[in-house]
Write a protein that binds this ligand. Structure first.
Ligand SMILES: [Zn+2]
Length: 418
């Protein structure tokens, strides 16, 4: 090839590439991203012990997320995961959850670029105000300690979504992971208390998240929920057969529920190998679109919750590269607007609409039985005795279990933060 040909080809490539960059920028300015899952609060816990005063969230070059790069990536809203390790289940999960809610709420109040939102309308408004909307999402049902009042109080604090499990079973729902043995034998996919959790989330207007649950639990929830549900950070099992991903038959059930799968970008769930690139990620989008359509897809990056991301998608500033690849694969602007934000807003609207339909239902008073919760840290309150005073005892027969309980918390917390 002559030098002239080379120059012409290079000029053409630059022109086309520049054109598509402009097109992506224009599209993402009009339809900025709502991302379904980011574990920034986990990093604040791990790296800074939640001491927000020591951190500048505008620039945090040692991790993948900060305000400067969220703007560069056209991220307009982020579901921030309220995550506490499974080692805290039946111990101090509720306290740790409150602390994670506190640090996210503080961050989203103290930084003027952020804004905490708790409704679909507030989410829309935050775009008009050029804010990055923060949404609170509990990751793992162990955070509520099998208590519907605790679930309701988290809602009052602004939590609008909860995944029913993380990597551990709860007494009432099953995880996709076999990492922990808690509640392994007694459990079925979704117990009657688990159904009560689903019903209460429907009544409150809290989005049910099925990422991390077993497929059996996901199916049971899809059969039971009156509102659409999401997988906030899961990808296609057909493309990468990891149990955290969603098989086609379950995608079809999700479609019937009018729900949403927000594709996880973590390398392990994308290529099932140690490395991946943007093309591998786009394969997940193409496949899921083929099975259930672009109106059921979103993006749930999992930044800060995983260590390895595809080449070209290493941090929150890189989303435009993915949109550029999907444009190259002939995704329409309408489809991209859907996956960037419109699908999520539709789900949020529908969940709120169901809440409004259930407005006359009273808060559920269903309680889990002590037999279902094998928790030595739980205090058993008894009915008043003949003198009218309330007596108490710990769930296990003696207080000797308490030092053991505390030691386990410390040990397991250290393990999970590796
Ligand atoms: Zn996760």
């Amino acid at each position: 090839m002559s030098q002239t040909h080379c120059i012409i080809l290079f000029s053409l490539w630059t022109l086309i590439s520049g054109y598509s960059d402009d097109r992506v920028r224009d599209l993402m300015s009009r339809y900025p991203l709502i991302d379904g899952h980011n574990d920034l609060a986990l990093q604040l816990r791990k790296l800074h012990n939640n001491r927000l005063n020591n951190v500048n969230v505008n620039n945090m070059s040692n991790i993948a997320t900060d305000i400067t790069r969220l703007h560069a990536g056209h991220v307009q809203a982020q579901m921030f995961a309220v995550y506490v390790m499974c080692g805290a289940q039946d111990k101090d999960a509720v306290r740790l959850t409150l602390e994670q809610i506190d640090v996210i709420r503080r961050m989203c109040t103290e930084y003027k670029d952020f804004e905490l939102v708790t409704s679909a309308q507030e989410l829309r408004n935050s775009k008009l105000r050029h804010k990055i909307a923060c949404m609170l999402s509990i990751e793992g049902g162990h955070s509520i300690d099998s208590s519907l009042p605790a679930l309701r109080m988290f809602y009052q604090l602004g939590v609008r979504s909860m995944s029913l499990t993380h990597t551990c079973n709860t007494p009432w729902a099953e995880s996709s992971s076999k990492l922990y043995m808690f509640y392994q034998k007694q459990n079925d996919s979704l117990t009657s208390f688990g159904k009560a959790v689903v019903e209460e989330m429907n009544r409150l207007g809290m989005i049910i998240d099925l990422s991390h649950t077993s497929w059996g639990t996901a199916q049971a929830v899809l059969n039971h929920s009156k509102a659409p549900v999401i997988f906030s950070h899961s990808s296609s099992y057909t493309i990468c057969n990891n149990d955290r991903n969603v098989p086609d038959w379950l995608l079809k059930e999700l479609k019937r529920n009018r729900g949403l799968i927000m594709v996880n970008l973590h390398t392990n769930f994308i290529s099932c190998k140690k490395e991946a690139n943007i093309s591998h990620v786009a394969d997940h989008f193409d496949h899921i679109k083929r099975i259930i359509g672009a109106d059921s897809i979103g993006i749930g990056s999992d930044f800060e919750g995983a260590v390895s991301f595809p080449k070209g998608l290493e941090d929150v500033s890189k989303y435009p590269a993915l949109i550029k690849e999907l444009l190259r694969r002939n995704w329409t602007e309408q489809e991209l607007a859907d996956i960037l934000r419109r699908n999520f807003i539709r789900i949020f609207d529908e969940v709120e609409k169901m809440r409004d339909q259930l407005v006359y239902e009273r808060p559920s008073e269903v309680q889990i039985s002590m037999e279902e919760v094998q928790n030595p840290c739980r205090l058993v309150l008894r009915h008043p005795d003949s003198t009218g005073s309330l007596s108490e005892k710990s769930h296990s027969s003696s207080d000797q279990s308490r030092p053991l309980c505390l030691a386990l918390v410390l040990l397991l917390s250290n393990l999970i933060l590796l």
